[in-house]
Design a protein around this ligand. Structure first.
Ligand code: ZN
Ligand code: MN
Length: 241
C-alpha cells in the first residue's frame, strides 16, 4: 500500500511498523464547527488545522491522525458566541476526556511524540488539561518519556508579519474570528470555499473586556465576524503559511 501522511489512508501493518520505536511525530489537528460569517463555511477551524497539520507533517516526516472536529463552545469575545446557529460544540469536560483518551490510546501503540495543532481559540486550555491528565496516568503506569506539544497556529505569526498583514493596525487574535487571518489562509488553501462577495464591511467588533451570562446576543455583530475580512488575500495566506 502506498504511503501517506494521513493515518486513515495507511494500513495497520505499516502503521505499527512506523510507530513502534516511538520516534514518529504524531500530529493531531483540533478544530471546531462554528459559524464564520456569510463568506466562509462552518468547518474553517477544522479545515485549517488539518491543512496546517499536513504541511507540518511534510516538514518533519510526521503522521497526521484523524483530528478532533468538534470544539469547545464559541465565546462571544473570540468567536461570536455559541448562541449563533451553525456551530456544533461540546463541553469542556468532553473535550478534556477526548484529548486524554487519544493521548493514552496513541501512547499504547508505542507513540511518544505528539503534537496537537489547534485551530479554535477556545479549545486551548481544555486540551492542555486532557494532555496533562493523560501524562499523569501514563506515568503511574511506568510510561514517563512522553513529549506532547500543544500549539495554536496563529501564535507563530511574528510582529514583523503582523505589521505587513495589518497596515491599518492589528486588533488582536481574539477579534480575528472570520477576519483577515482565517480568510487569507482559506483563500490560499481552499479558495473554492470562500465567497469574498459576501464579506460584510464593518469596523472590528466592540466588546466589553468581561463576559456576561446569559449571553447578550446584541453584542455580537450581525455578520458573526469580529473583524472585517475585506483585505484578505491568498498572497497574505502564503505569508502566513
Ligand atoms: Zn475560526
Ligand atoms: Mn474558532
Amino acid at each position: 500500500m502506498s504511503s501517506s501522511l494521513l493515518m486513515e489512508e495507511i494500513d495497520a501493518f505499516t502503521y505499527r511498523e512506523m510507530v513502534t520505536n516511538g520516534e514518529k511525530i504524531i500530529i493531531v489537528p483540533v478544530g471546531a464547527i462554528e459559524q464564520h460569517g456569510p463568506h466562509m463555511p462552518v468547518g474553517v477551524d477544522a479545515m485549517l488545522s488539518k491543512a496546517l497539520s499536513l504541511s507540518l507533517a511534510e516538514k518533519v516526516n510526521g503522521l497526521v491522525v484523524p483530528g478532533i472536529t468538534f470544539g469547545y463552545k464559541s465565546q462571544q469575545r473570540s468567536g461570536g458566541g455559541y448562541h449563533l446557529a451553525g456551530g456544533l460544540f461540546m463541553t469542556g469536560m468532553t473535550l478534556i476526556n477526548h484529548v486524554k483518551e487519544l493521548v493514552i490510546e496513541l501512547a499504547s501503540h508505542g507513540n511518544r511524540k505528539i503534537v496537537f495543532c489547534n485551530g479554535h481559540y477556545e479549545n486551548y486550555q481544555f486540551m492542555f488539561e486532557g494532555i496533562d491528565e493523560a501524562l499523569r496516568l501514563l506515568k503511574m503506569q511506568g510510561i514517563d518519556n512522553m513529549k506532547v506539544l500543544l500549539l495554536s497556529y496563529w501564535d507563530f505569526v511574528d510582529d514583523k508579519t503582523i505589521d505587513k498583514l495589518y497596515p491599518n493596525g492589528f486588533t488582536g487574535w481574539g477579534l480575528e474570528h472570520g477576519g483577515g487571518l482565517e480568510t487569507s489562509l482559506m483563500l490560499l488553501l481552499y479558495p473554492e470555499k470562500v465567497d469574498m462577495s459576501k464579506v460584510v464591511k464593518a469596523d472590528p467588533a466592540s466588546l466589553p473586556n468581561y463576559d456576561i451570562l446569559p449571553i447578550q446576543p446584541e453584542l455580537t455583530p450581525d455578520s458573526g465576524c469580529l473583524s472585517c475580512a475585506i483585505e484578505a488575500s491568498s498572497e497574505k495566506g502564503e505569508i502566513l503559511l
